[in-house]
Design a protein around this ligand. Structure first.
Ligand SMILES: [Zn+2]
Length: 137
């Protein structure tokens, strides 16, 4: 939360694609959980957008089925947010805001430097893959 006004509003309950995705939210790291809540609140209170979380913690066997190479979901460091239907100006503002705040400090290390939000336009439905650096609790 970046200002006092935001601290006064109640936290909006997170919206999940399925009860299993919701149940597994608790298996993510504290940092990933906090970041997901902050993103949900920011979208809702600033843009009246209700984000839908489509993936949280996963099992290795499920990752294999999906052809996921990264272990970021099964280690509780990543979650996915549906982007289908979101307006371009919102998506731009969202990525700029959260990258400015957290990309350097929390973004997962890649060959191109820290990456916090990965835009996945295809696959199991367009989504943002949000990933926290290995070792951050
Ligand atoms: Zn993902």
């Amino acid at each position: 939360m970046s200002d006092d006004k935001q601290k006064l509003v109640a936290t909006k309950p997170l919206k999940f694609k399925t009860p299993i995705v919701q149940e597994r939210f608790a298996n993510m790291t504290q940092t990933a959980q906090k970041l997901a809540k902050e993103m949900s609140d920011w979208a809702f209170y600033n843009y009246n957008v209700e984000l839908v979380f489509t993936s949280t913690w996963t099992l290795a066997a499920e990752d294999m089925k999906l052809g996921r190479v990264s272990d970021s979901h099964r280690t509780g460091r990543a979650f996915d947010i549906r982007t289908k239907g979101l307006k371009e100006d919102f998506k731009k503002a969202f990525c700029e805001y959260f990258n400015a705040l957290y990309q350097k400090s929390l973004g997962a290390q890649t060959k191109d430097g820290p990456m916090l939000i990965v835009d996945k336009p295809h696959g199991s439905g367009p989504h943002w893959h949000v990933q926290v650096r290995r070792g951050v609790k």
